[in-house]
Design a protein around this ligand. Structure first.
Ligand SMILES: [Fe+2]
Ligand SMILES: [Fe+2]
Length: 172
């Protein structure tokens, strides 16, 4: 497999994409698990609050629920499809996820995830373009399909952030 010195090769780009998919599939699934744990604790707190006639202020905290779990599974399927493509191209798919960040509150999590989807959209547009330039129609159409999923995820996270009443993330 030949590689170019300056620009990353298509294989390198797809491996970057796989690392991201592995990252977010774990990230979203664990955020879902944490959310479930918080939800159980909130129910217990709400019950205790009712019994003590105290209304907990966090009873209105919104949680991502099963949305994150569903998206996590979609991301794992993306990783699978990409790994198959790298193998078909005669290279080895990475098994290393990019760094995982969970966040502490539902709003934190959604902001982190919204940023992940934005980065995915940018990278996958780059891959669609690189594949088209190389005349690799299979990779191009695969990434067009996956790009549409990521755009949907971005809309979902942005919509959920809106419902949670969260403004845009402060500039870093
Ligand atoms: Fe994905
Ligand atoms: Fe996504």
């Amino acid at each position: 497999m030949d590689s170019k010195a300056s620009a990353p090769s298509l294989i390198d780009l797809i491996n970057q994409a796989i690392a991201r998919e592995l990252q977010v599939s774990i990230q979203y699934m664990f955020q879902h698990s944490l959310g479930t744990a918080v939800s159980v604790q909130m129910q217990a707190d709400a019950l205790a609050a009712r019994q003590s006639k105290f209304v907990g202020s966090h009873s209105s905290i919104w949680l991502p629920g099963t949305t994150l779990r569903k998206i996590a599974i979609t991301e794992m399927r993306h990783a699978e499809a990409m790994a198959e493509r790298v193998s078909q191209l005669g290279a080895e798919p990475t098994t290393q996820p990019a760094p995982i960040t969970l966040g502490h509150t539902p709003t934190d999590m959604l902001r982190i995830d919204q940023a992940e989807e934005r980065s995915a959209v940018a990278l996958y547009r780059q891959i669609v373009e690189a594949a088209a330039q190389e005349g690799d129609r299979v990779t191009e159409s695969m990434f067009r399909r996956i790009l549409a999923d990521e755009e949907k995820h971005l809309r979902t996270f942005s919509g959920l952030l809106g419902q949670a009443g969260a403004g845009p993330a402060p500039a870093a």
